[in-house]
Design a protein around this ligand. Structure first.
Ligand code: SF4
Length: 325
């Protein structure tokens, strides 16, 4: 029996690809990836629906490198999709050899994403991965050059499809045919396509050389305000306030309004840098601005502290901050 490794995001296209391959009596194994910018939750859920196991590979560190310095171009945000696909295909290729799997398949559709899903990009990807005509895309296969598996007859090309473009009509009809009732929206789960997140990430790349997971997780929470070499992050809800407290490093400063409900603020300070009074003042004003109750008061007390260090108090009168302790 032919065995195929299917790159599985858990989206409808990859679920349909699994069904189409199974119809040809091909044994499929599912492979998904996780990184700092996307997770594998959807892949796990959709694999459950298909009653299949999914193998997950963490590519965080390698993926971060290509996000920082892609060989090809970015998409709408800081998403280097062609580099990212190439990384995934290369990882899949390593498994092929090790587990004696016959070939790789993906749920890609010709023309669905103009920058990364066109014939030229498919060719670049296969050439760079050393897999020329060896990646099967069952949903668009009949619009593409036949892979060697179709040429040899181990895959019946007539049973593959010729879907192209961004319309979802054909996929919705197929979902009905295969009785797939639950599937995610096609927006995808990669935060690199979010323009606000991409801008924050760009700033981080410009300000810090060695970036770790915590730095990236901080970009996903709160409102961000630049403050010279520091950054002020204000929690938008209780959940974010808790996250911010957890993620603070020992040199950073946390801030809250004393005895009045309001946000938790984090002042991210570069290592070996002293906090400037003007930044403390700006953070205090912002913390007050985002508390509905404190906004209305002419004077509030603000607590600020470093992790495991003594709490200090600022007294904030109008726009002037007076250090009380
Ligand atoms: S959107 Fe994100 S996960 Fe998807 S290919 Fe592009 S960089 Fe990779």
């Amino acid at each position: 029996m032919i065995k195929v490794l299917l790159l599985f995001s858990g989206g409808l296209d990859s679920m349909l690809t699994a069904k189409i391959l199974q119809e040809q009596n091909i044994k499929i194994e599912l492979l998904a990836f996780t990184s700092y910018f996307f997770n594998s939750n959807q892949a796990k859920q959709s694999a459950k629906i298909l009653r299949k196991r999914v193998r997950i590979i963490d590519i965080s560190k390698e993926h971060l490198k290509i996000v920082k310095n892609p060989r090809y171009c970015y998409g709408c945000g800081l998403n280097p999709c062609l580099d990212c696909h190439l990384l995934m295909i290369k990882k899949a290729k390593q498994i092929l050899k090790k587990d004696k799997i016959d070939f790789i398949a993906t749920g890609e559709i010709l023309g669905q994403r103009p920058m990364s899903q066109n014939s030229r990009q498919f060719q670049i990807l296969e050439k760079n991965a050393g897999l020329k005509n060896r990646v099967l895309r069952p949903l668009s296969a009949r619009l593409l050059e036949p892979t060697i598996f179709e040429q040899k007859g181990s895959i019946d090309r007539k049973k593959l499809l010729a879907i192209s473009g961004r319309s979802r009509k054909a996929q919705i009809a197929l979902a009905k045919k295969y009785k797939i009732k639950i599937f995610p929206s096609p927006s995808g789960g990669c935060i690199l396509t979010d323009p606000i997140f991409s801008q924050r990430l760009k700033d981080l790349f410009n300000h810090k050389k060695r970036i770790n997971k915590n730095d990236i997780e901080l970009l996903k929470v709160g409102r961000h305000f630049p403050a010279n070499s520091a950054k002020i992050i204000i929690g938008r809800n209780h959940q974010e306030n808790l996250q911010i407290k957890k993620m603070a490093n020992k040199q950073d400063i946390l801030m809250e309004i004393d005895k009045i409900p309001g946000p938790t603020t984090l002042i991210v300070i570069p290592a070996k840098t002293e906090i400037q009074y003007v930044i403390l003042q700006k953070a205090g004003q912002l913390t007050k601005r985002y508390s509905t109750k404190a906004q209305k008061l002419s004077e509030v007390k603000i607590k600020y502290w470093r992790k495991n260090k003594k709490i200090k108090i600022l007294s904030l009168r109008g726009v002037n901050v007076v250090i009380a302790e």
